[in-house]
Write a protein that binds this ligand. Sequence first.
Ligand code: 13P
Ligand code: 13P
Ligand code: MG
Ligand code: MG
Length: 364
Amino acid sequence: MEITLSIIKADVGGYVGHSDVHPELRRKAVEQLEKAKKNGLIIDFSQGEVGDDIALIMTHQKGVENEEIHKFAWDTFTAMTEVAKEFGQYGAGQDLLVDAFSGNLKGMGPGFAEMTFNERPSEPVIIFLADKTEPGAWNMPLFRMFADPFNTIGLVIDPSMHDGFRFEVHDLIDEKKIIFNCPEEMYDMLVFIGSPSRFVIKHVFRKSSDEPVAVTSTQRLFLMAGRYIGKDDPVMAVRCQSGLPAVGEVVEPFAFPHAVAGWMRGSHHGPLMPVALEDDTPTRFDGPPRVVGRGFQLKDGKLIGPRDMLGDKSFDNARQLALDAADYLRRHGPFEPHRLPLDEMEYTTMPSVMKKLKDRFLPA
Ligand code: 13P
Ligand code: 13P
Ligand code: MG
Ligand code: MG
């Protein structure tokens, strides 16, 4: 059975500040999703969230970038924005950058990650949702899952994985894409994905097929809006087992809380802390950035789950390391490398400070 998995997300208002979503927003999302399921637009759904971002996780048979599905998501976020306004939520409608929907969600603000594939007899999928960071935050974990034998022993000992995988990498500035074959072109690829503010992994494919096995959302709000309005807070879906990394290999990269860009005002580096579903509330200095994992078994398009994949005790050390790293970085205050480098601050208050002082900079 060919299934499309669509994860479409937006921040349409925070509770309190940018730390969580109000239960009434959640209720509105579920109400709309239930209607869509009843009228046959979607097969099944799960409402996900992390911090102040809500994700509509849906299965259907309409393919990716489908107008009806994207319009449904847009209308749902619009309805949720009304609720957010009613309850005075912070930044109500924050991610809805245009006045009206047309065609699909590209360039409109909400992020989406979608893939179409033939559902296997057992189809384990993990959906990762992050808050207070940007799409490039997935580069290191995806590299480790699908290309690093120190993470994924299956690359060495499972004959069906031994040939490696193909990575589709997007250049978000020049709007170009390229495919890298790994392990052969691993070092070439690392030149680019090691700069996650610009180059992001969009899809991972098996070598033998064009069917995606992992997909990420790659929208960057500041590139669309031309100014800072909030972080992108990306999502990712990864299929697991039987010729793909095992579930344990897919969650293993999150045992290291690597440094990502985001956190307070989208302008700081901080550790990406794996958390349980009930701990998805970035609070200290609006963070630290965090990630939750919702695990599902798909059956005839039904989302059997979620199971909380990063709440397990085995991630406690990663959480402690993240908190220690947060302490260490916070002590830098407004200094790099805690604060992002100047060229990445281009869309915050920086340009206005520069403008104000322009005439006071003399030749030296
Ligand atoms: P499969 O390759 O059969 O999915 O099993 C691998 C596994 O689960 C080991 O952790
Ligand atoms: P969000 O991108 O999650 O809305 O956070 C914005 C922010 O500025 C946090 O300090
Ligand atoms: Mg927000
Ligand atoms: Mg957010």
